[in-house]
Design a binder for this molecule. Structure first.
Ligand code: SF4
Ligand code: SF4
Length: 378
């Protein structure tokens, strides 16, 4: 497939960006801040996009690297005065690079793992369910808890707490014991065809399971599941992030936060939750409704939140730069002077914990669900 076809709808905005070249996006593009290399920023990527479109730059490993290191944080899109969708442009160019075979062995392995094992780590699908022991789900329940690969395999305790909170609040919670990957890593890394197949299969699976709404703690899963309708042509189910769902349950009194926790915390907004889904008030409302908890905002919060260094596949395409980005976030967190950071994404939590440990910072990171559990005391 020709690059002109792939970038068809985005051609105008690429040209517009290259006429304007305002560079507003550079102020917070994490890969530019970490590298100070123009082609590793949003503006530089759009310049390369035009060069590709006009066919005066050949495909190369270095060129592919410029697009595969984008964290898909969405900051550039947020600040662009011309609403240039650099995230979409990067994603489409990745599709082209994949078709042309310009991607590395780590990306290839991740694709194989998802296609063969339904998770990016290549673990047996059964190992995604370790946390479900002794939990009674409703087989035909209309509300489905979608665990997601990262929580299921790297932080399963959060899922156990989430399920218990919802079941105790009276939610007839369904769960798929053979839960598939939502397909986000495939979509963001350019495997468009594979993603479309997964979106169709997963939609059928959810419909067979009688599901009307999906609740997930993973912001990337939430955003991806919401996107299925674009590929299927119709939205068959509602998708909610756990912070939206918990906020409602708390406001209706179905979850009561009765135990005071005397604690100063800061909150880290995950890119997918804040800039993609615009859900930054919900977690704050939850945190503020816990007696004793004081929320101290970090300098860059809500739509200006700094990427944790784990988005867009950068952990496998450029782990060194991922760490540099985590360092930038850590400085922002440390400026608050508090020692507890709350977040609501498994990848953010993992990256924050890694950088805290590496820099021996006096700070701990907690998922918002873990904080709620302390206030409810299951
Ligand atoms: S999505 Fe983030 S990392 Fe990628 S170009 Fe935009 S600001 Fe930079
Ligand atoms: S802010 Fe928008 S128009 Fe300006 S350089 Fe960045 S992407 Fe281009």
């Amino acid at each position: 497939m020709k690059i002109a076809q792939i970038l068809n709808n985005l051609r105008e905005s690429i040209i517009l960006c290259n006429r304007c070249r305002c560079g507003f996006c550079r102020s917070r593009c994490p890969t530019y801040i970490a590298s100070h290399i123009e082609s590793l920023g949003a503006r530089g990527r759009n310049l390369l996009a035009q060069a590709l479109l006009e066919e005066y730059v050949p495909l190369s490993k270095t060129l592919a690297d410029r697009f595969f290191t984008c964290t898909m944080c969405g900051y550039c899109r947020e600040v662009c005065p011309l609403q240039v969708d650099t995230v979409k442009i990067v994603q489409k160019i990745r599709t082209y690079l994949v078709v042309e075979g310009f991607y590395n062995s780590n990306i290839r392995e991740l694709r194989e793992n998802i296609m063969n094992y339904s998770n990016p780590y290549g673990k047996p699908i059964k190992s995604k369910t370790t946390w479900t022991e002794n939990i009674q789900f409703y087989k035909r329940g209309k509300t489905l808890l979608f665990g997601g690969c990262v929580y299921s395999l790297q932080d399963p305790e959060v899922l156990r707490i989430t399920a218990q909170l919802l079941l105790r609040a009276g939610v007839k919670l369904n769960y798929l014991p053979n839960e598939p990957c939502c397909g986000y890593p495939l979509l963001c890394l350019g495997f468009q065809k594979e993603f479309e197949d997964i979106a169709k299969k997963n939609t059928e699976l959810l419909l067979e399971a009688n599901v009307e709404e999906v609740v997930t703690s993973c912001p990337a899963c939430a955003e991806t599941l919401k996107q299925y309708s674009e590929y299927i042509g119709k939205a068959y189910f509602k998708v909610l992030h756990i912070t939206e769902y918990l906020k409602e349950l708390i406001e209706r009194g179905e979850i009561q936060l009765s135990h005071a926790i005397p604690l100063e915390v800061t909150y880290h907004d995950p890119c997918h939750l804040t800039r993609y889904l615009k859900k930054y008030e919900e977690p704050r409302k939850i945190i503020r409704s816990i007696p004793g908890v004081v929320l101290k905002e970090k300098p860059h919060n809500k739509l200006e939140s700094i990427c944790c260094g784990g988005g867009g596949g950068i952990l496998i395409t450029n782990p060194k730069m991922a760490l540099q980005i985590s360092d930038i976030l850590l400085q922002d967190l440390l400026e608050t002077g508090v020692t507890t950071v709350i977040t609501s994404c498994p990848t953010c939590k993992r990256n924050i914990e890694t950088i805290i440990k590496l820099r021996k910072a006096k700070m701990t990171c907690m998922d918002i669900v873990e904080l709620v559990e302390k206030a409810v005391k299951i």
